[in-house]
Design a binder for this molecule. Structure first.
Ligand code: ADP
Ligand code: MG
Length: 320
């Protein structure tokens, strides 16, 4: 379990992480989602004790990282910037890591096997492809057989096969009862990887929710309709108590009504329709609207005030 409480990091004037509080639980993959610059890597560095919080607290299974004995046996991590000594072979890199962290050398062979690098174990790491380097980094994270694993944007730059492999590995680790915390700036990636979701924007917590709940709340279905008699259609809808949202191109987006109902309503009023199509808002759109609101919130209230009390969904579906 990773417990984060009131975590804040300032770099001079810049507030990179702003009063974050959340818990990452064992037994499932938790996605850490936010646009580039949101503060994901900074948060992960603070979890590992590589960066000092300005204020706030991080606990790894109840203990601060710097008080853990043999920390690699508690938490393993693959960070954005890879720190592999290029001149060493994959085997030697892992052996050094094991020896300096009180981990038996026999683990090296095991993790090389797990990540599929056994055949190239004696090759110099500097000649590795991006995907192989990523696998080596993951081998390092698994070396201490930790109960907690953390991956910072692990699929960046990987081919589909590598992406699939990492996804499956994370889900397997979670199914073994481990805590798995993985960051991404892509909603689509999180949707197929994570069971729980923590969303941040500009360093602030925007959502802490199950993925199923996020999808249920944000898969808005609506009907898109275009007509040369826009005012008449608006009047007809108003008599039914419906206020549609307007799209940029003059079309209307009508929530909570079936397309056939809308078509029949138009026919009764003698209104010509040029388009009548059922639509589903994508999760990517939902994520963009969620983070756009954080920018707006930030601009209106300034950095000194409290976060929007976890009410990530409230109010963003304006006009719907
Ligand atoms: P993410 O990983 O979500 O893309 P980061 O944690 O890397 O975001 O960065 C969050 C913000 O903090 C960014 O605005 C970034 O420019 C800033 N930042 C990160 N590290 C430093 C640093 N060492 N010095 C100054 N600013 C930093
Ligand atoms: Mg990052």
């Amino acid at each position: 379990m990773i417990e984060i409480e009131g975590l804040t990091k300032r770099y001079g004037e810049k507030v990179a992480v702003n009063n974050l509080t959340f818990t990452v639980r064992p037994g499932l993959v938790t996605g850490f989602l936010g646009p580039n610059g949101a503060g994901k890597s900074t948060t992960m560095r603070m979890i590992l004790g590589l960066d000092r919080p300005t204020t706030g607290d991080v606990r790894i299974d109840g203990t601060r990282y710097d008080r853990l004995e043999d920390p690699l046996t508690y938490i393993g991590a693959l960070l954005d910037a890879k720190a592999v000594h290029g001149g060493r072979s994959a085997y030697h890199h892992l052996l050094c890591l094991a020896q300096s962290n009180g981990i038996p050398a026999s683990r090296v062979g095991e993790v090389l096997d797990t990540v599929g690098l056994k055949a190239v174990a004696r090759r110099k790491a500097k000649n590795f492809s991006l995907g192989m380097g990523q696998r080596l980094g993951i081998a390092g994270a698994l070396l201490g057989d930790p109960r907690i694993l953390m991956f910072d944007e692990p699929v960046n730059g990987l081919d589909p096969e590598g992406i699939h492999w990492i996804r499956t590995l994370m889900q397997t680790l979670a199914a073994e009862g481990r805590t798995v915390f993985v960051s991404s700036h892509l909603m689509s990636e999180m949707a197929v990887t994570a069971e729980h979701l923590v969303v941040i924007g500009q360093g602030r917590l925007l959502a802490d929710t199950s993925m199923a709940d996020f999808i249920r709340r944000n898969s808005r279905s609506y009907v898109r309709v275009r007509t040369p008699q826009r005012e008449q259609l608006l009047d007809a809808l108003r008599t039914e108590g419906i206020t549609p949202a307007g799209a940029d191109d003059g079309a209307l987006e009508v929530d909570g009504v079936r397309p056939e109902h809308l078509g029949e309503l138009a026919a009764r009023h003698g209104i010509v329709l040029h388009e009548l199509s059922p639509r589903q808002a994508s999760l990517e759109e939902a994520f963009m609207r969620l983070t756009a609101e954080s920018v707006e919130y930030h601009a209106h209230t300034g950095p000194a005030s409290s976060p929007p009390s976890g009410q990530w969904g409230a109010g963003w579906r304006k006009g719907s």
